[in-house]
Design a protein around this ligand. Structure first.
Ligand code: SAM
Length: 234
């Protein structure tokens, strides 16, 4: 099988938990390219083995991307076809990818991004909050700029989406309660597509109470109603 597209770089989403979420097209592209750029070659090696794909892997992650982009672009210009994958979900969404895509566009190298798994879409849909207009904030800054960012979002009228790790979940939920008010509607999704997948919807006050009494494990997406959508909120 060969790649029929004129693209040189393919951004390929991979499962966020459930291996069955890989698409036929993703498999086809991964089997067709000359080389796969992977955030963690060891982790991606497991997925590729599962899919029976044997291809040269090159490491492409946050800490080397500045350095490796020029050489990758040169090879793409010479006609090599490459796929970019991250540890899970869509590269470029709170994952490395943006710099390489930007560099390709600057050199008129055609980039294709396959639709596929990403954590924020199922979390937004399961939240029951308006999805016609939303803002994806990814991870909040851990220290510097955190309060300023939250203050900027205090009167945001669109639905807001955040990524969070288990050990910062409570700190973030409590800050959300402070900034947006205890009556603001919100949703917490964890372990999407995995065995222990769970989504809890309710007010921030209720969610803080619930998660204070739970063991917090796994990966989380937090979805918060926008300011004007809920009249009782701050
Ligand atoms: N590129 C990924 C995407 O498209 O969603 C995001 C990568 S980011 C480094 C990892 C974060 O995404 C996690 O900390 C969590 O907030 C969220 N995430 C990834 N997989 C998830 C899952 N199965 N359930 C809930 N959240 C998940």
């Amino acid at each position: 099988m060969t790649v029929s597209s004129s693209a040189a770089l393919f951004v390929v989403p991979t499962p966020i938990g459930n291996m069955e979420d890989i698409t036929y097209r993703a498999v086809h592209i991964l089997k067709s390219v000359d080389i796969i750029l992977a955030e963690d070659t060891r982790k991606s090696g497991v997925l590729l083995k599962h899919l029976n794909i044997r291809k040269p892997l090159q490491s492409y992650h946050t800490f080397n991307e500045q350095k490796v982009v020029p050489a990758i672009v040169e090879r793409l210009e010479k006609g090599e076809k490459m796929a970019l994958i991250s540890d899970a979900g869509t590269p470029g969404i709170s994952d490395p990818g943006y710099l390489l895509v930007r560099a390709c566009l600057d050199r008129d190298i055609i980039v294709e991004c396959l639709p596929g798994p990403t954590a924020f879409v199922p979390a937004l849909v399961k939240s029951g909050l308006p999805g016609d207009s939303f803002v994806f904030e990814g991870f909040l800054p851990h220290k510097k700029g955190r309060n300023k960012k939250l203050e900027q979002l205090r009167l945001e009228h669109r639905t807001m989406i955040f990524y969070e790790s288990p050990h910062r979940l409570m700190k973030t939920l409590r800050q959300f309660e402070e900034v947006f008010g205890k009556d603001r509607q919100a949703s917490v999704s964890r372990e999407l597509t995995k065995v222990y997948e769970e989504t809890l919807n309710g007010t921030l006050g209720k969610l803080v109470e619930t998660f204070e009494n739970k063991k917090n494990k796994g990966e989380y997406v937090l979805v918060i109603a926008g300011h004007r959508r809920n009249k009782q909120s701050a």
